[in-house]
Design a binder for this molecule. Sequence first.
Ligand SMILES: *[C@@H]1O[C@H](CO)[C@@H](O)[C@H](O)[C@H]1NC(C)=O
Ligand SMILES: *[C@@H]1O[C@H](CO)[C@@H](O)[C@H](O)[C@H]1NC(C)=O
Length: 273
Amino acid sequence: MLICVCSLVVRYKQSHLVTARASVTVIHPDLGCLISCVQLQEFSIILLYAEEGHSPVGSVEARAASPFLQRCFFQLSDLGMDPVILLGGFAAFHTLYPFLCTSRMALLEPDRYALTIYPSEILEGELYQGSAAQASDYHILENLNITHVVNATAECPDAFPSTLSYLRLRLSDDAQQDLVEALPQAARFIAGALSSEVRGRVLVHCSMGRSRSSALTLAFLMQHQRWTLLHAIRWLKERRACTAPNVNFLRQLLTYEEQLFGRRLTSLDDIRL
Ligand SMILES: *[C@@H]1O[C@H](CO)[C@@H](O)[C@H](O)[C@H]1NC(C)=O
Ligand SMILES: *[C@@H]1O[C@H](CO)[C@@H](O)[C@H](O)[C@H]1NC(C)=O
């Protein structure tokens, strides 16, 4: 889960990121941090934002633009947290993702679990990775402007075949599944969808969006970004923390890396997840 801290209370009441809390419910000007470290550690990301602004933390401009945000940043850092500041602030986020903003509060656990969780953005405005449930939710696909879907499952129902282009691979997430054909096929399909002629947007999904879909996304990133497997995995993990291709898939990805680049650049020990 994500917690966001919004610095302007007035603005917060009008609209905020779905999981955001107003600054005063997290950091009080006099009392300091109002949430215990244990509670804060339950969040995978702590995102701070103000109305606008993206000056580097600690810079003179940033302190002038949003002194409160700066103070939050340093107070949370002192508590051992690793907060990040939203580039462009709320204005930039709202322009791109109005469907992830709300005027309602979701502070309690049940409210948070009721939220619609979106797929992870792996390449901005191009490539997304998620679960079968997300791939079956037309609002999500529509809001993200998804045009192409890679479906790596054998079990969940095919969602919108008449409106979107599908690649179906019917893979099993186990030690026997052979990816020799699937890896290049997925990479080719994604590259085609993102090409300058098509300019599509792709969602890669399996059941949970952890193992099978990660293997396919990684094959594409290695082949078309020319990234080593290690670099591709680090990139993917930063954007989708639950990424976890099974060991059988990792071994086949190592072989794929060797085929693509003529030699092995990553070792299995480097990428133990
Ligand atoms: C989806 O496409 C519309 C129309 O082109 C655009 O305004 C909107 O910003 C796009 N959404 C995202 C999330 O990129
Ligand atoms: C994925 O493919 C399977 C097997 O062909 C199909 O039954 C299922 O409907 C597809 N799932 C989605 C969400 O498109």
